[in-house]
Design a protein around this ligand. Structure first.
Ligand code: ADP
Length: 394
């Protein structure tokens, strides 16, 4: 079964075409800077890589370009759009409604639209991706894989905020959780690898967005992102946890508008706010050269992760493994080392040599006498979306 996985964001569409269940990758790519005259198109098939810059003003045009690549005589992988059996869409917010991967019909589209105020930067674009692919691949089944679905198992005591009940009961204000596809994928891989289906895990997704999940027996029990993807860990440009009274002080004491405060906390904070740079590779390089701001920012980042690991070990009454994943989690030995140092009390002891290995596969990086395993597992969100779509359709 040929499954096209689409991740449509505000100004980009990423895609992968996978053969399922063999998991063979036919091709992948992305269109970035949609809406601009100099949009960037990338396409890869095996060891062939193409890059082009051109005007792409709408998501529809972007999808047409992608389809053009798929159908291309030389570098394409299909000769007719009807060869695509299904399209799996990443949808960020499924509210309380969707705890599972779902075949898309009119009602599902209405619901995705209805949840848009809860994820204004994501859901409208996810929906647009669905509407466009329905036109381009009319024969394909359309499947939604929700970022929030994996966290539907969180107990009410973990999801409810201590504000008047009416906001939970009538306005849907609660922690929903995000990055569910990634946390699900790496936790399942960890449980398989450890041959321990009841394992108590803390999965740590560190990309531009960052989040951490307590997973017990395959179920999400607690998670750092909440009502929106802004709480918890220090991210590329998002603050993560702050005392909410700071927002009132910024507005009432310092004269910022609410819109400005939102922009500051979402786009100008996190590692960017602390160092002037949102890319961890640059921050690490500057820290190596003794830059005090960068050294402190890395320490703050790791400290926040440490606090959550401790909290989640307490929540689960135990810990079998911690799992690092995504761009930073998979690649930054520095962050992993800062997180894992002085954690002997919890049973975490890092092996520096394995931590510094550049392997790209699942690996263990703890010492032999570490009670808790420390795993690095590359996340494969698109593969997980394809797997879930396949399982739904067969
Ligand atoms: P996204 O959330 O956009 O999918 P990624 O998972 O690709 O993000 O992660 C992006 C982050 O990973 C960036 O901060 C980048 O600096 C960091 N990163 C990527 N490679 C490395 C590396 N080799 N060392 C340290 N950080 C890295």
């Amino acid at each position: 079964m040929k499954i096209l996985v689409i991740n449509a964001g505000s100004s980009s569409i990423k895609f992968k075409l996978l053969e399922m269940p063999s998991e063979i990758l036919h091709c992948e790519g992305m269109v970035e800077r949609i809406g601009a005259k100099n949009a960037l198109l990338k396409y890869s098939k095996g060891d062939k890589h193409l890059e082009a810059t051109m005007e792409v003003l709408t998501h529809k045009v972007a999808l047409e370009k992608i389809t053009g690549y798929l159908l291309d005589r030389e570098i394409g992988v299909i000769s007719d759009t009807r060869e695509i059996d299904a399209v799996g869409h990443r949808v960020v917010h499924g509210g309380n409604r969707y705890s599972k991967t779902t075949l898309i019909d009119r009602e599902v589209k209405d619901q995705i639209r209805e949840f848009s105020p809860l994820a204004p930067l994501h859901n409208p674009h996810n929906l647009e991706g669905i509407l466009m692919t329905e036109q381009v691949f009319p024969m394909a089944k359309q499947v939604a894989v929700f970022d929030t679905a994996f966290h539907q198992t969180m107990p009410v005591k973990a999801r409810k905020y201590a504000i008047p009940n009416v906001f939970y009961a009538h306005h849907g204000i609660q922690a929903y959780g995000f990055h569910g596809t990634s946390h699900k994928y790496v936790s399942e891989r960890a449980m398989d690898y450890m041959k321990h289906p009841k394992a108590k895990l803390v999965t740590i997704h560190l990309g531009n967005g960052c989040s951490i999940t307590a997973v017990s027996g395959g179920k999400s029990m607690a998670h750092s992102l909440g009502f929106a993807p802004s709480n918890g860990l220090i991210m590329g440009s998002r603050s993560g946890d702050i005392d909410h009274s700071i927002i009132f002080y910024m507005v009432e004491g310092l004269g910022y508008s609410l819109k400005e405060v939102n922009r500051i906390l979402t786009n100008e904070s996190g590692m960017l706010g602390l160092t002037g740079n949102g890319d961890l590779r640059d921050i690490e390089a500057r820290a190596e050269n003794g830059d005090a701001e960068c050294i402190l920012a890395l320490e703050m980042n790791a400290y926040r992760i440490k606090k959550y690991i401790g909290a989640y070990a307490a929540v689960m009454n135990g810990l079998d493994a911690i799992v690092f994943t995504a761009g930073i989690g998979e690649n930054s030995s520095k962050i992993r080392k800062l997180v894992c140092c002085d954690m002997e009390y919890l049973g975490i002891v890092l092996n520096n040599a394995s931590n510094n290995s550049r392997s790209k596969d699942l690996r263990e990086i703890q010492t032999d006498h570490s009670k808790v395993k420390v795993l690095v597992i590359p996340t494969k969100e698109e593969l997980e979306i394809a797997k879930q779509a396949y399982q739904l359709l067969v």
